[in-house]
Design a protein around this ligand. Structure first.
Ligand code: UYC
Length: 232
């Protein structure tokens, strides 16, 4: 309460998550001058890189449904915040579009589709992955997909978030499932209706990996060098 614009500008860049999330909400409530501070943050990120705070600001500014703001964003960031490199020439923009719109179910579906595309024509036709195909994924593409999920979900979703939670339960799947809302007691969460298609879901809830054929595909994703080895 009673924080001025300059204090809120600094809070956006705080080291911990909560004051950053709160600063966004407070700046939004201040109208025009607050919105300018939020726009400045997005511009700052052009050099430093876009993080989940930028993703949240971007989505919240769009949600205001203000014509002038929408026009500004469309001109400054016509494709969204992230450049989406792929080693295999795959277009991840549809995932970015769905995440920006807050269409979590579509973003999740597209993630599966694009991973199958990344695996090659056999998987694209089959519509599911062999874990051996995951082992051959280029790290760049997995990093791109993970970045998309983290930036637009306030850092809650993404394979690297799931990995962190999985390690925190010593890689015991049966402990991971309830934590990420995929199983309650003995009952699997049913696709698609029983999943929580919003950022209110538990951390690590998305993206989904079907467990119908076992956890090996998910293990290969979470153990992939993209997430298990430090950046070169
Ligand atoms: N489903 O239960 N799932 C499907 C999940 C299981 C099943 C798709 C996730 C358990 C069947 C996605 C969970 C299970 C189909 C997910 C979950 C099961 C299906 C669509 C919690 C039965 C139809 C994409 C772990 C006990 C398959 C896809 C078909 C679909 C995701 C059944 C994304 C995270 C073990 C029968 N489930 N799935 O892969 O061929 O088809 O039509 O995980």
């Amino acid at each position: 309460p009673g924080l001025d614009l300059e204090q809120l500008r600094q809070r956006l860049r705080s080291k911990s998550d909560r004051p950053r999330r709160q600063a966004i909400t407070q700046l939004l409530s201040l109208g025009e001058p607050g919105i300018e501070v939020l726009k400045d943050y997005l511009q700052d990120c052009r050099d430093r890189g876009f993080d989940w705070v930028a993703g949240t600001i971007f989505r919240e500014l769009l949600a205001l449904q203000d014509e002038a703001i929408a026009l500004y964003l469309a001109e400054a960031f016509p494709f969204g915040l992230l450049y989406l490199p792929s080693e295999k020439g795959i277009d991840y923009q549809p995932i970015q579009d769905a995440l920006i719109e807050g269409d979590w179910q579509e973003a999740d579906r597209l993630t599966t589709v694009k991973l199958c595309e990344l695996a090659g024509t056999a998987a694209k036709t089959r519509k599911w992955l062999y874990y051996t195909e995951v082992l051959n994924f280029p790290r760049l593409d997995l990093e791109t997909i993970d970045k998309l999920w983290r930036v637009y979900s306030e850092d809650k979703f993404g394979f690297s978030v799931q990995r962190e939670l999985w390690l925190s339960v010593d890689r015991v799947w049966e402990q991971l499932w309830p934590r990420i809302g995929w199983k309650q007691g003995n009952i699997w969460t049913r696709y698609p209706g029983a999943f929580t298609w919003s950022v209110e879901a538990p951390r690590g809830h998305l993206p989904l990996t079907n467990q119908l054929r076992g956890a090996r595909v998910m293990a290969a994703l979470l153990e992939h060098p993209a997430f298990s080895e430090p950046q070169p």
